[in-house]
Design a protein around this ligand. Structure first.
Ligand SMILES: Cc1ncc(COP(=O)(O)O)c(C=O)c1O
Length: 451
């Protein structure tokens, strides 16, 4: 028999899930139709739900409506891509105008140049190129890093996800039995269908452990082209870099001639206007962006030092029919220059603090084993008393508490990401009303868990 709080969580999960299934019968019917034409009934496996996903119909501002007509305050926000809020009028107007001027030419337009300039300014990089997703951005940043160094091996962090490309899908969520030793984690493939042998090009190191990275470099630094890492881990809840960690990683990469790539697909526009460089003061050699830079449109980019990006002029291939297309560019340019302004970041700070402090009060009052992270418009609750420092800590979270919280919050009209590795995203269109709803629902959950 597990701890009483875990037993109560299981009972809450059962009751709340029953209630959720009763109020989402149209989602169930759409799921039964969707599985005929799509595996799992969804467009991407990140959209799966158990026993079926909640299908949305529309969203305006901070609210979304599902196909049953249930109305929610949205804290899922497209896995962090909708910091502008739904149907943002400024973004919508820009997209409408672009659509009426020709949606796609596969020829670079002036607005694409303007967006490149804005990304260079905002993220303090010399040059950028465009893609259509975070996966593509990372994939190509790696190619450019390999071209620049003439080396093939890539180092990555245990428990990080950088997209669904074969050569990066290692040790994203390894099970305890596959992980290998703490200092020298094994490279574990995430998917079937990845060719055997690819793992020879990957080395895995723990987050927040610069010594482990240094040992790897001492052993085979002259083989390693790049370290790709999220400066803040954002696919296991949120794991913050400890003081000095990113600085030492920076120094080591410089010392060993390894290209430091910050994957800022999730944190780029959400943790500060200028991403990790602004927040933590550490500058990578290359960085990649997607999600929130697009205001909801499918767009990605990567960029960094001019001498490394110059490899694209000297044989490192980077192509894509839709790269920098006017429609996505219009959405992104409006997002970055007109919506995600300094005022927006002040608003995120205010809302984030209100949400995190409200939740912390309930955690303290009821003695719930949970910790909160608040970072720009992102944040999360992790069901472990001590904040996480790396992926292995994440495996110690109490999953039953998350399984109770998901249907509990949804039934109180707070729309959440379907997975304990995810977190909330606030938008510029969120306000006190939405935050207070979350805080109140969470207080009710903590009370129920405390018994
Ligand atoms: C940190 C990180 N990098 C890359 C990706 C891949 O981005 P995309 O889904 O746009 O290909 C994701 C997606 O969740 C991500 O979280």
């Amino acid at each position: 028999m597990s701890e009483p709080i875990t037993e109560r969580a299981k009972a809450i999960a059962a009751t709340e899930m029953e209630r959720l299934l009763q109020r989402t019968t149209a989602s169930k019917a759409l799921y039964e139709r969707a599985v005929q034409s799509m595996p799992g009934g969804v467009a991407s496996s990140f959209q799966l739900g158990d026993p079926y996903p909640i299908y949305l119909e529309r969203g305006v501002g901070a609210e979304v409506w599902d196909v049953d007509g249930n109305e929610y305050f949205d804290f899922h926000n497209g896995f962090g891509s909708i910091a502008v809020g739904h149907a943002n009028p400024i973004v919508a107007e820009a997209v409408e105008k672009a659509a009426r001027s020709g949606m796609h030419f596969a020829v670079t337009v002036e607005s694409t140049v303007a967006l490149a300039e804005e990304l260079c300014r905002r993220f303090d990089v010399d040059q950028v190129r465009f893609t259509n997703s975070g996966t593509e951005s990372n994939m190509t940043a790696i190619r450019v890093a390999r071209a620049a160094t003439g080396r093939d091996v890539i180092a990555k962090i245990e428990g990080s996800y950088h997209g669904h490309v074969d050569f990066l899908m290692y040790s994203c969520t390894p099970g305890a039995e596959q992980m290998g030793g703490r200092d020298t984690p094994a490279a574990t493939p995430k998917s079937k269908g990845m060719p055997a042998g690819l793992e020879q090009w990957i080395r895995v190191v723990p987050f927040n452990d610069a010594d482990a990275f240094e040992r790897l470099l001492q052993a085979e630094g002259d083989q390693i082209a790049a370290l790709i890492m999220e400066p803040v881990m954002m696919n296991v809840g949120i794991v913050l870099p400890q003081p000095g960690y990113l600085e030492r990683i920076r120094e080591l990469c410089t010392q060993y001639g390894v290209v430091l790539i910050f994957d800022e697909v999730k944190c780029g526009c959400t943790i500060a206007a200028g991403g990790a460089r602004e927040r933590f003061g550490v500058k990578p050699d290359l960085a990649s962006w997607a999600k929130s830079i697009g205001g909801g449109a499918a767009i990605g980019a990567f960029g960094g030092r001019a001498d490394i990006m110059d490899e694209i002029n000297h044989g490192a291939a980077h192509q894509g029919t839709y790269n920098g297309n006017p429609l996505s560019v219009a959405a992104s340019l409006a997002t970055l220059t007109k919506v995600l302004t300094p005022d927006a970041y002040a608003h995120f700070d205010y809302l984030g603090k209100r949400l995190a402090s409200g939740m912390q009060r309930s955690i303290d009052e009821h003695g719930i084993p949970a910790s909160i992270v608040d970072l720009g418009c992102k944040g999360c609750v992790t069901y472990r008393s001590e904040p996480l420092t790396n992926y292995r800590d994440f495996l110690e979270t109490n999953t039953e508490l998350y399984l109770a919280s998901y249907p509990f919050m949804i039934n109180r009209d707070v729309f959440m990401t379907p997975g304990d590795e995810e977190q909330w995203t606030l938008s510029v269109q969120h306000g006190d009303r939405e935050i207070d709803r979350y805080v109140d629902a969470f207080a009710e959950l903590c009370q129920a868990l405390a018994g």
